[in-house]
Structure formats: C-alpha cells, structure tokens
Design a protein around this ligand. Structure first.
Ligand SMILES: Cc1cc2nc3c(=O)[nH]c(=O)nc-3n(C[C@H](O)[C@H](O)[C@H](O)COP(=O)(O)O)c2cc1C
Length: 228
C-alpha cells in the first residue's frame, strides 16, 4: 500500500513537472522531489531585508514557485558547507534537532500535500498527498494565515538528538535553534518580496496528529508564507 502510494505520488509529481530523485538514506520511504539550487547571487542588502522583515498575515492569491519554497527551506535549514554538513542556522554542538516540513497547497509544480525537507539532498520527501491547510487552521487556533497562505513551513524538533549531549539544557537550545531558523525564513521571505509570520500558538497534539509526526517529534513553529 505504501509503495503504491509512493508510486502514485511520484507519477503525480512527474506529471506536474517535478524531478523525482532517490531520497538517499535520510530516513524517508518515498521518492523525493529535487528542489532548484538555492540562488546565492540575488542582490538584496541584508540591511534591507532586516528593515522590511515584518509579520505578514495576509497574502495575494498568487501561488509560490518551487524555486521560492526551495529558497525558504534552504534559508531555514539548508546545508551551506557540504564537507561538514553544517547549515544556514547554527546548531548546538551540530546536533541538528530541527526538521522542516512544507504544507503545500498553492505551489507550482508540486502536488498539494505534506513534504519533509531533506537538507543534505536539498529535496522534498512526500509524506502525505492531501491539502492539510484547513486542518492546520483548525488546530492552529483558527488563525487565518494558516488556510489563506499558499504554503506553510513547519519547524519541529527531535529533542533526543540534542538531549543526548546536553541533557536538560537541550530544551532551551532547541527553542533557540527554532528561533534562528524562523528568523532566517523571515529574512529570506523579505528578500524575496514574500510575507510570513511565526505562529507559536497552536494545539501541539493537534498539529502532531494532522501532520502525522513521529512520536518523538514536537512541532515548534508554523510559518505560513505567501506573496505580500
Ligand atoms: C514566539 C513567538 C510566537 C508567536 N506566535 C504568533 C501567533 O501564534 N500568531 C501570530 O499571528 N503571530 C505570532 N507571533 C508574531 C508576533 O505577533 C510578532 O512578531 C509581533 O507582533 C511583532 O511584529 P513583527 O514580527 O512584525 O515585528 C509570534 C512571535 C513569536 C516570537
């Protein structure tokens, strides 16, 4: 059944123009969608992105491109040094507790559904094949951006990755890391002319259920994104 579903997803994605690649041992079980390489040469001064960063809660009807969501995911947790595997955001002891998901509803070349970001491959691993935004809205205290945005980035954490090394201190380290990743998404969105808001108020168990998160994973932030 799972294989059939993955095949269905792969066919659906190919039909939509996405490139299907092997996930390469990152713990997923489906076929991954390769993202366009991050664009490093766009000339938006950091100061301008900082100045224009704002929590944006309403968006135009425009869909997002695969390149835009790829850029946002790369900003959140992309690998920026292939030799060390270190990422765009700092991580306590390089323990990398964060996972980033994309809840897609209006993303060009991507079937609506849930995808897990694979930092090493800069790719998306399909995890569910239906539009989850309305359900996310319900468990997100009915905050309108969650169903109005074409996509929602979700930052979650696997506590044990950091707790193995840092014990009780991991809790604060993980919250700090979510803040780093979230700020990167804010700044990248501002640089792309997009808007986002960091949503921390939601029903934890409800979000975990809607996204079918593994039992050891805790959702920390929901970040709807759309055109300003
Ligand atoms: C930890 C945290 C949780 C937040 N949760 C929400 C939220 O649930 N819903 C929301 O609309 N904004 C949320 N925000 C965004 C703040 O409301 C926003 O940052 C604040 O109003 C300042 O506006 P600015 O981000 O445009 O500077 C949150 C921000 C932080 C840092």
């Amino acid at each position: 059944m799972a294989r059939l579903r993955n095949t269905f997803l792969a066919i659906g994605l190919m039909a939509l123009g996405g490139t299907v690649v092997s996930p390469g041992g990152s713990g997923g079980s489906g076929d991954a969608v390769e993202l366009p390489a991050p664009e490093l040469g766009v000339n938006v001064p950091l100061q301008r992105a900082l100045q224009e960063r704002r929590s944006v809660r309403s968006y135009t009807d425009r869909s997002l491109s695969l390149a835009e969501v790829g850029q946002l995911l790369w900003a959140a947790q992309g690998v920026t040094d292939s030799r060390s595997g270190f990422r765009s955001a700092p991580s306590a002891g390089a323990t990398f507790p964060l996972e980033v998901y994309l809840v897609a509803g209006g993303v060009d070349e991507l079937a609506p559904g849930l995808y897990r970001y694979l930092p090493d491959e800069h790719a998306l691993l399909p995890a569910a094949d239906s539009d989850l935004r309305a359900e996310l809205f319900n468990v997100g205290l009915r905050q309108e951006p969650l169903r109005a945005a074409p996509a929602v980035l979700v930052i979650s954490a696997v506590h044990s990755r950091t707790a193995h090394r840092y014990g009780a201190r991991a809790e604060r380290y993980i919250a700090m890391e979510a803040g780093h990743a979230s700020q990167n998404i804010y700044l990248q969105a501002a640089a792309l002319g997009l808007g986002t808001v960091a949503i921390g108020a939601f029903d934890d168990a409800g979000v975990a259920r809607v996204l079918n998160l593994p039992g050891n994973e805790q959702p920390l932030y929901l970040m709807p994104v759309g055109a300003r």
